[in-house]
Design a protein around this ligand. Sequence first.
Ligand SMILES: [Fe+2]
Ligand SMILES: [Fe+2]
Length: 297
Amino acid sequence: MVTTPREQLLKQLDRVDHLPSLPVVIAPLLSYLQQPLDSLQVNEVARLIEQDESLAAQCLQLANSPLFGRWQAVESVRGAVVSLGMRRMREITTACSLINLTPKNCPIDPTVFWEHSLGVALACRHFAREIGYDDPDKAYLGGLLHDFGVVMCFWVAPKEFALAYAQASSSHVPLAEAETAVLGIAHPEVGRVLAEKWHMPSDLTQVIAWHHDPERATEHQALVALVSLADLLCRMSGIGYGYTEDREVDITHETAFRVLLAACPDLQKLDWERFTFEMEAYLEEVRRLVSLVYRRK
Ligand SMILES: [Fe+2]
Ligand SMILES: [Fe+2]
């Protein structure tokens, strides 16, 4: 019986039964940092960080990095938390935890992938605030996890995925298009299968499944459309997967724009020039953060 690459991959997905685990320390720290910034205690954050030697070293190194314009040496984790600020601590621990989700012998350089995920997460949160979307933190999480299917491809079909990636980057087409051509299935579907199997929250599952096709989301359409636009913005401004896509995009003509506009009328008033200018500054910080975190590995 002939099985297609798609059928083989679906069979493999059926056998995967858990996520590679996050270090025990990072999970409580990440969940603590999800609380409102003004309710966070510096001592508690420092205590959680100190339990993971490599994370503590990373924070000290970052706090002393010229990137943050330090004029005084930071010698303790507590000092690093104060100096870097809670907001930045959240990005750093997120970056560290995402890196732990990548298999050791990943077929493609995962740096660009994490840069993209963090970039989309930040773009989502900023975008959400600008247009009055009611849950900017949920938007951040949606952005961070939207390409969950790609991470799963790293694990279940690394060779085939590397082939699809090579095709996408050499012909400058969207990744999902090359995946469909090579694997017969693209990362949103791979992500959806596992998100459903592991009972991930329905809003995140919808984002993972439909961020390239927001009209097909059966619920949480505004969130899916918001992530979809942020993803597109990042890919168009060089925070994609390490290659450029050959196409012209007019955001206001995207389906996602129409879907989001229905839920957030303030989208119409958004000053795109200012917004993209601010995004560039954010994304520059993401690039530096990812490269700093990676250099230690
Ligand atoms: Fe995607
Ligand atoms: Fe993406």
